[in-house]
Design a protein. Structure first.
Length: 255
């Protein structure tokens, strides 16, 4: 019986594992994973230094009602080293290039965690006709660092650099090295005011007080406060799927 259960589990998971492949962009390889079906594609954008495994089984659940796309950014996970500075415009350009190369057409629902919040917001501003919904999961709040004194900012920057240098391989340092200055790309974004946006804040960080500013002028948005740590989707996987499904349902009413 045990061997039969093992076989059945293997048969169930094999189709999803088989979807992992590498997109070759001018000789630079990006690990991607694509599965599910439908007109809508949900794109998962991980936080800093997180590979696509960080999402656990959430994408599997989403694939029951939408197409799913995950990838490792350059330098991260199994993808090749970066060839460009890790600025938000460069990262968004790489993502768009991968999507076009792999024929993964819009419309998209974007789900971004932490640094992924910068990336998804910039993507929605740059390609507004491609995006029909935005889920921000404890996104990096530029207002938090803008509010710091020069002394506190230096302390935060130095502490973060030490933390990354002592815990990660050198290739992972690049996203941190560009992180604090990347907040300047969040100024004057042109996200459509009627775009459905759900912002989920983790109350155990001190970011949630600053994150609501990201919803300014977005009339079809709301902030949800959940008790938990920064990787809030790991504490609330079912709720995360529910938020994505809500955004998909709204989008389906328009396509």
């Amino acid at each position: 019986m045990k061997s039969l259960i093992t076989l059945l589990l293997a048969c169930f998971t094999l189709p999803l594992c088989a979807q992992e492949r590498f997109a070759d962009i001018n000789g630079q390889k990006f690990r991607i994973k694509e599965f599910g079906k439908g007109k809508l594609t949900v794109i998962f954008e991980s936080g800093m230094s997180d590979s696509l495994e960080t999402w656990g089984h959430i994408p599997d659940s989403v694939a029951l009602f939408a197409r799913v796309f995950l990838y490792d950014r350059a330098d991260i996970g199994k993808s090749d080293p970066s060839r460009q500075d890790r600025t938000i415009p460069n990262i968004v350009s790489e993502l768009k290039t991968i999507l076009v190369h792999e024929n993964i057409k819009p419309p998209y629902i974007l789900a971004g965690h932490s640094l992924g919040g910068y990336i998804t917001r910039y993507f929605a501003s740059t390609y507004p006709s491609d995006v029909m919904g935005l889920l921000l999961l404890d996104p990096s709040p530029e207002a938090f660092w803008d509010s710091m004194s020069a002394k506190d900012y230096r302390s935060y920057s130095d502490g973060g650099t030490t933390w990354y240098r002592t815990r990660f391989k050198p290739q992972y340092w690049k996203e941190w090295d560009a992180f604090l200055s990347n907040r300047f790309y969040m100024k004057d974004l042109k996200i459509p005011s009627d775009l459905p946006v759900i912002l989920v804040s983790a109350t155990e960080t001190n970011w949630f007080k600053f994150q609501e500013k990201q919803l300014k002028n977005l009339k079809n948005s709301r902030q949800v406060l959940l008790t938990g740590k920064h990787h809030i989707y790991k504490d609330y996987p079912a709720e995360t799927v529910s938020y994505i499904k809500e955004l998909c349902n709204k989008a389906r009413g328009l396509i």
